[in-house]
Every structure is written in structure tokens, then in C-alpha cells.
Design a binder for this molecule. Structure first.
Ligand code: CIR
Length: 258
């Protein structure tokens, strides 16, 4: 069974962290509806959605991806780079506890799950403003007994590594080459975003399907063509309000096999 852990939009999301975006009016009611439509798309892809209640004290808590890194064998509870986001991890740890043995990242390490891209046994961690070498060393200690290699890689111009690159299939990357160097990932197939849509590299691929935002039509066409060849269907969701909080589609769920 595939489980998708999500968390309802916080009424405080208007006070979210912003790094590369300026604050825009955010329609919370619309954000709720968009988030629920995203959860419906997860269900269409065969996930059992486990939704946590909203936390009015934690503006960014809808972005559950940043609080943990879940692998088949274990899960790591992160220490998010933004101080305001650190209290998010306690409740995520409680939800993950029945499914995985848990490890934690300790000070001075910081890492956001949005910076962690797993490709086979390679775990790439973006050295963004949120994630540092201390966390990468701790992740190496935790993960090398399980056969993983943890690699810190440069990323610039965006919030997280997964703003710049995500997996479209086991062998294919969707990437913005302006923000991360594609050659780092070896001989993977590469699909580039349309240059007019720099934020279009974040796709949530789950087995036979994928979820993609509605507002990158040029890149979406490229993605749809590539996915047709791979036999993968695309669910398109409007996540405009979550994007105003600098979120994307991978960051609103933690996906795990149970
Ligand atoms: C933040 O700055 O932490 C939030 N406003 C957005 C986090 C988005 N997370 C992600 O893409 N993994």
C-alpha cells in the first residue's frame, strides 16, 4: 500500500517563510480547496491519504516534505533550516513512528526534506540556504549502513534542490539547468523546463502517474509527451495559493510504502 501523509493548510499560512518571493495576498479558503484537490489527485494515483489536522501556530506546516526523509528502511526526522519550521517535526515523527524506525538530525545540522532527492542508492542533498554539511555528515552516518551514498550538491537561485530537479521516472529527470548542474546525476535522461517557466521542475511522480501544477503549460506539454512514452499519466492541479508560499507539489506530502 502507498501512504501519502499530508497536513491541512494552516490558517496562519499568510505568515509563511519567504526567501525568493515577495509576499502576495493569499486566499486561505482557496488554498484549502486546492490542497484537497491535490489530495484527491493522490488518491487517484492509488495513495491512501493520511491527513494531519492543521496547526494554527505553524504557518508552513502544510509542507510536510520538509520535516522528514522517508526511505524504504528508515525515516530521518529533519532539523529544518528555518527556525519557525522546527516545531513541525514533533507531530510528523508521531505519525511516522508506526511505519519506520526514526533517526534525527541534531544541531548544528540543518536540512529540509525539499533538498533531498533520492535516486536509487544515491541521496542528493542540495546545499541551499536551508541545508548544511553537518546534516549531510549525519545523514551519511545514518544511511551508509543501509547501502546509501549521501552527496551534498550545489544549488542556487531557488529555495530547495527539488525546486530545481525532480524525478519524472526511475531514469528521467525534470530539471531547470540554470539552478542545478544536470551532469551531477550521471547518465540519467534529462528533460529541461521551458526557460520561461523556471519553477516548472517540480513534479510528483508516484509509480504509474504523476502530479503537476497547472501554471506551467509549456513545460507541461514536454512532460506529457515524455510521460506518454513512459506510459505514465499526468494529473494536473491548480496550486496557485501554495505556490505563493513558495511551495510546490512534492512538498505537500510524504510518500511511503507500507
Ligand atoms: C518555506 O519557505 O519553508 C515555505 N514557505 C515553503 C516550503 C516549500 N517546501 C518545499 O518545496 N519542499
Amino acid at each position: 500500500m502507498i501512504i501519502a501523509i499530508t497536513r491541512d493548510v494552516s490558517p496562519a499560512m499568510v505568515d509563511c517563510e519567504l526567501t525568493h518571493f515577495s509576499r502576495q495576498p493569499l486566499d486561505i479558503e482557496l488554498a484549502y480547496h486546492q490542497h484537497h484537490a491535490y489530495e484527491d489527485a493522490l488518491k487517484t494515483l492509488g495513495c491512501q491519504v493520511q491527513r494531519m489536522p492543521a496547526d494554527p501556530e505553524l504557518p508552513d506546516s502544510v509542507f510536510v516534505e520538509d520535516a522528514a526523509v522517508v526511505l524504504d528502511e528508515i525515516a530521518i526526522i529533519t532539523r529544518p533550516g528555518a527556525i519557525s519550521r522546527r516545531p513541525e517535526t514533533a507531530s510528523i515523527a508521531m505519525v511516522l513512528k508506526p511505519y519506520r524506525q526514526l533517526y534525527t538530525i541534531d544541531a548544528p545540522g540543518t536540512v529540509d526534506g525539499g533538498d533531498v532527492l533520492c535516486i536509487g542508492n544515491n541521496i542528493y542533498v542540495g546545499l541551499s540556504t536551508r541545508s548544511n554539511m553537518h546534516a549531510i555528515e549525519q545523514m551519511q552516518d545514518i544511511l551508509s549502513p543501509h547501502g546509501y551514498v549521501v552527496l551534498g550538491i550545489p544549488v542556487s537561485g531557488c529555495l530547495h534542490l527539488k525546486s530545481a530537479v525532480t524525478l519524472l521516472s526511475k531514469e528521467t529527470l525534470l530539471i531547470n539547468p540554470a539552478w542545478v548542474d544536470a551532469t551531477i546525476f550521471g547518465d540519467m535522461q534529462v528533460l529541461e523546463v521551458d526557460p520561461l517557466e523556471p519553477y516548472g521542475a517540480n513534479v510528483l511522480w508516484i509509480g504509474e502517474g504523476a502530479i503537476y501544477p497547472a501554471n506551467f503549460p509549456r513545460t507541461r506539454q514536454r512532460v506529457e509527451e515524455a510521460m506518454k512514452k513512459l506510459g505514465i499519466g499526468l494529473s494536473v492541479v491548480d496550486v496557485s495559493e501554495l505556490q505563493k508560499a513558495e511551495g510546490a507539489v512534492t512538498c505537500c506530502s510524504l510518500i511511503l510504502q507500507s
